[in-house]
Design a protein. Structure first.
Length: 314
């Protein structure tokens, strides 16, 4: 029987595209992508970010064609994590540890994803983002270094993919009863077309420790690279830093609780001594602008240290 006042059909809302996250068949990698096409890939060995691509497929990270991706060695490229020491150390608790610590050569646990997260960093991607969390604790180390056997810790590493930015942040917790000291760094290899067309701005007139020539120095202009460069700058986190390529900004950095910036490029001769760096002219294709805390931090029992960076790709 027909009704004269038949109720109208309830409209069906179209399915809203959501970020996609997948885990490789061998459980070694986690990949995330946004509906707009941006993507990020993280290797659980070292929680190393291997790839970060724009919506148009442009790769923002450099990874050596000879990089070890099987867990046998720290990855040459991407964003390896430095903890609890940076380089050779004279600190009693870390002097026997491998260069750049053990975080980058440890198997991390994938803790899960979340989307539509509000960032703690300013001008974040808001709802157009997906956050991947990874964890590492002293109980997960295959072999606890003797220098670290008295310390207990838990680290949460978050990688947040946005439409035109990437955020990487660390929360380091002292879960034991003894205070410990640490350094940490996001050892980032940024992909560029040619190092000859690149400069780093925002570090002018900032004193730096020159690990190649020795001593403390400063430059009046933007940093350019025409030989081996290995510098440590201590600069206020509010200072804006950018990688400029062909006179245009390529990457812009926002830092939170990371007072140090390392600028590194091995150039020609040192590249020849690095068996896992390829192709032959690889030094032309990346520049390391690494944010972190080269300064030593003391983390008291029960306390948590947090820091991170946001990189905008232009």
């Amino acid at each position: 029987m027909e009704r004269s006042n038949k109720p109208s059909a309830i409209p069906v809302s179209p399915t809203i595209p959501t970020p996609q996250v997948s885990i490789s068949e061998d459980n070694s990698r986690v990949t995330a992508s946004l509906p707009t096409g941006e993507s990020v890939e993280v290797l659980l060995f070292g929680a190393t970010v291997l790839s970060w691509k724009t919506a148009k497929g442009k790769e923002n990270l450099f990874v050596s064609s000879k990089a070890h991706l099987d867990g046998s060695k720290a990855v040459r490229g991407g964003i390896p994590l430095v903890f609890p020491n940076f380089g050779p150390s004279s600190n009693k608790a870390t002097e026997g540890l491998p260069q750049h610590g053990f975080a980058r050569t440890s198997k991390w646990e994938y803790l899960g994803k979340s989307s539509s997260e509000s960032s703690t960093l300013p001008n974040s991607s808001g709802d157009s983002s997906v956050k991947l969390d990874f964890g590492l604790s002293n109980t997960m180390l295959d072999k606890i270094p003797s220098e670290w056997k008295d310390y207990q810790f838990g680290i949460t590493y978050s990688v947040t993919l946005g439409r035109d930015d990437l955020e990487t942040s660390l929360a380091i917790r002292n879960t034991g009863e003894k205070d410990f000291e640490f350094q940490t760094l996001l050892h980032s290899y940024w992909a560029i077309d040619n190092i000859s067309n690149v400069s780093v701005s925002g570090l002018e007139k900032v004193s730096f420790a020159d690990k190649v020539g020795g001593g403390n120095k400063e430059e009046s202009g933007a940093i350019t690279v025409s030989s081996e460069v290995d510098r440590v700058y201590h600069v206020d986190p509010s200072q804006e830093i950018a990688i400029i390529e062909k006179d245009k900004p390529r990457f812009e950095f926002t830092r939170d609780m990371l007072p140090d910036v390392v600028v590194w490029n091995p150039w020609i001769e040192k590249s020849k001594t690095m068996s896992d760096l390829a192709p032959e002219d690889a030094y032309k294709r990346f520049i390391c602008v690494e944010t972190g805390s080269v300064s030593w931090n003391t983390l008291e029992a029960g306390d948590t240290w947090e820091g991170g960076q946001r990189i905008k790709a232009l």
